[in-house]
Design a protein. Structure first.
Lengths: 246, 246
DNA sequence: CGTAAACTTGAGAAGGGTCAATTTGCGTGG
DNA sequence: CCACGCAAATTGACCCTTCTCAAGTTTACG
């Protein structure tokens, strides 16, 4: 094993972690400098192009990751080819199913995605010595559970128009989570293509397209090309999404 | 504070916990006898009739519970009255959203339900002193997340017939989790009425009823009255549910 | 600037919803 | 124990939203 400069003062934050968002808002936020050093020794950064597979379904889980940038879709595939996106993850989310050797869900890049990966064993070791890390992972699991249940309501009870509006509202909300609702228009690039949106909403591409056209014609959104969306009023979009919180 | 017999030997398991399933398969399984004693001092058992509300949506969370018997439905209600069941919980599941003072989800009894409740503060205190307890809660959150995502696939991509079959398969699987698939017929009582099944599957009562009739006429299930179901072959039912795991 | 992928639009079909009328099941009280 | 009455469930007829299939059109990219 080669000694590294960082070993000398292991209260120093590793170079690779210095500018990393996961250290602030992600799971690494609970680690002390020496734990960060331990983790950073086994990490490696990867970049995936859109539609590349980060984690295959059914395969053995060998490593976990933090999303540094981009959007990841979690998908379930049926035997006959039907597909459903069961979750979307954004930076600096933790990626991977803890405490299980495999999962039926695959993770695919929706946009170009940058991740910081580390072996399964490293995470499990850190969890054992740091209850705060498990707490952070627990918190993220609960957040994802809240989001999944929100989405169950959307899939089960909303119309196609409401579903598409809900999706746009979801994406817009992720652009700037700090932003309070309706301080002027908001513009963003859709991280998903129509086919992905359809797989997320349990609709067909055609229905998604028609509903987006409707939203455009009614002035609730504006489009530049097919991906750049402007929402003049988030309140109006929220109303179109049939948000149940009044 | 009154002294109790159990304080003398706090390695003794409290009377109320002795026959409790939550001590074996539930979250209490991680607690040592003295922690059980501490918890049991603040617990109280409650029985709710079917359709009674255990936890109201939006209200402040004052206590958590373990389900001792019965089935609990977690529901989301929209402003216009549309309703969706976003989760079902069985004994000995933990009930309540940890680390949050409120939730938009209400918990209602589907059947008669018996719970063991304790104040929020007690749980939080125990979590602070016992990482194993948090690990157990984390595991349950991950299990619920897996189930929620499974259900997202069902809601988003399955037909009405497949949805109803999936629901029946889900319930049948919960009757005896240890049972291996297809060792003869299995009989059980449906914990949900048609309206609840509809709210769980994102369908109407009428569609659920029609699909149940279809399953009955095709011999995949048999009915006694409206609630008692016999499944001659779980494999056949599983196939009807379009289980994607081949 | 050409090509393929992504997206939109249209027409017709179908699955599931809506409304309405029965029928069944079941607890309660006579 | 039976009859009543109500809630739950079933069934039918019709309608509407979404899907399917089939062109077109636009966009992105080499």
């Amino acid at each position: 094993m080669s000694s590294k400069r960082l070993d000398v003062h292991n209260s120093t934050i590793p170079q690779v972690c210095v500018a990393c968002e996961a250290r602030h808002r992600g799971v690494c936020g609970t680690l002390n400098p020496s734990q960060l050093v331990k983790l950073s020794k086994t990490t490696s950064k990867h970049i995936f192009a859109a539609d590349e597979e980060l984690i295959p379904a059914g395969g053995e889980i060998r490593h976990y990751s933090n999303i540094l940038s981009g959007v990841v879709k979690l998908t379930r595939l049926m035997a006959d080819g039907r597909q459903q996106i069961v979750g979307l993850q954004f930076a600096p989310d933790f990626l991977g199913r803890p405490f299980r050797s495999s999962s039926d869900i695959s993770a695919e890049a929706a946009t170009e995605v940058q991740v910081c990966s580390f072996p399964r064993a490293t995470l499990e070791e850190l969890v054992r010595e740091s209850p705060e890390l498990e707490h952070m992972l627990h918190q993220q699991a609960l957040k994802e559970l809240d989001e999944a249940r929100e989405w169950i309501l959307t899939l089960g009870r909303k119309t196609a128009a409401e579903k598409v509006a809900s999706f746009l509202y979801l994406i817009a909300s992720h652009i700037d989570p700090e932003r309070s609702i309706d301080v002027g228009p908001i513009q963003f690039e859709l991280p998903l293509k129509r086919a992905d949106i359809a797989d997320f909403l349990g609709l067909t591409i055609e229905t998604v397209s028609r509903q987006i056209t409707k939203l455009r014609k009614s002035g609730i959104i504006e489009l530049e090309g097919t991906r750049i969306v402007t929402v003049p009023s988030m309140t109006v979009l929220q109303r179109a999404s049939a948000a149940d919180i009044i």
